[in-house]
Design a protein around this ligand. Structure first.
Ligand SMILES: *Cc1c(COP(=O)(O)O)cnc(C)c1O
Length: 355
């Protein structure tokens, strides 16, 4: 495995005082990981250096054509004082799937996990310890070739930065309000939907802004072709509890394969529950609601873990789910997933990496 050169900062920053409202992704730690890719040399010069600006040529290709991919995971402080990561191998495997789609040279997944551990270890005093807080880890790769011409890059940077975060939603675990997006689409099969890449978010900003203007938290995307089948929520995958079946849309190319989604499916199945990954139309959901069978809906993602949906609006139809309160299953999933992530519960699945 490659050596990682380490240069410690001479000017450590002031850490947020205990009890400070951290928000999400606003504060960054003292160090960052960087590695270069140059054609002919491959990935090289891995280093951990003081956090700071990265010089870029104004013609750098990432700025013009969006050749960029990213990941998101968290480090947690366990009650014994260890550091815990949740399924980092899944994140690095997904990073390579995104790389493949964006014509970015693959990284060594095991090395990327080691680099993440090393960086978190160096900045471990930045892991906040209040209930529900953690250290968000953002690995990302972008094209730096100074060339205004559309072509896959020959020069790239792989960077990892860290950010102490509070609860993702200001409302906390309170159910969120979501509406079904009718005007815009996020992704289509054959496009970029399954890749974690900036372009998907560029496509979603307008819808997000309009939702916030109407006091909704996020939108629920429908498929981009028939505008009929449910895909996912802004930054989360989505689940519906209908009668005795728990349904989440099948991964068919336009949906981001969430690590939290995968873990929720595995956990629910291990509890002997009926989980289906299948196509589900918005009509089916509205009908289930009418019939009184839609008992819970929730989103899954690293940032919020489980985010119950209290209201789902589809045109004039306003579905108030479980009286707008968190459902039993959503709560149980949240407690068990976060319990394992924070090292408060035993991890029978072998998902956590503790060091
Ligand atoms: C990252 C992401 C998710 C959630 O994935 P996790 O691995 O569970 O964090 C869901 N949808 C989109 C669009 C995402 O970018």
């Amino acid at each position: 495995m490659q050596e990682i050169r380490i240069e410690m900062t001479k000017n450590p920053k002031q850490k947020p005082a205990p009890g400070t409202a951290l928000g999400f992704g606003k504060i960054f730690t003292d160090h960052m990981f960087i590695m270069n890719y140059d054609e002919g040399q491959g990935w090289h010069d891995a280093r951990i250096v003081p956090y700071g600006p990265i010089p870029l040529d104004p013609a750098a290709m990432c700025l013009h054509y969006g050749q960029e991919v990213f990941e998101g995971l968290k480090a947690y402080r366990t009650p014994e004082g260890k550091i815990s990561l949740f399924r980092p191998d899944r994140n690095m495997a997904r990073l390579n799937n995104s790389n493949e789609r964006l014509c970015i040279p693959k990284i060594d997944e095991a090395f990327a996990v080691e680099a993440t551990k090393k960086l978190v270890e160096i900045d471990q005093d930045w892991i906040p310890t209040e209930e529900g807080t953690s250290l968000y880890i953002r690995p990302f790769i972008f094209a730096t070739d100074p060339m205004v011409g559309v072509h896959p890059a020959h020069h790239l940077l792989f960077v990892i930065i860290l950010s102490p975060v509070g609860a993702y939603y200001p409302e906390g675990l309170n159910p969120v309000k979501i509406y079904v997006e009718k005007n815009y689409v996020r992704a289509v099969r054959g496009g970029l939907g399954f890749a974690k890449t900036a372009a998907n978010y560029a496509a979603s900003l307008k819808a997000q802004q309009e939702a916030e203007d109407e006091k909704y938290t996020q939108v629920l995307w429908l498929d981009g072709v028939e505008r009929k089948y449910v895909e996912e929520v802004g930054t989360m995958n989505v689940f519906f509890v209908i009668g005795d079946e728990i349904v989440t849309p099948a991964l068919q190319g336009s949906i981001l394969p969430g690590v939290t989604r995968m873990s929720a499916v595995e956990m629910l199945k291990s509890w002997g529950l009926k989980v289906s990954e299948r196509r589900i139309s918005i009509d089916e959901i509205a009908q289930a609601y009418k019939d009184g069978k839609l008992t819970e809906a929730f989103g899954t993602g690293t940032a919020a873990v489980i985010s119950p949906i209290g209201e789902l609006k589809w045109g004039d139809v306003k579905m108030i789910i479980n009286n707008g309160e968190i459902g039993e299953l959503s709560q149980k999933l949240y407690d068990n997933l976060t319990g394992i992530q924070f090292g408060k519960l035993e991890d029978p699945y072998g998902w956590t990496v503790k060091f």
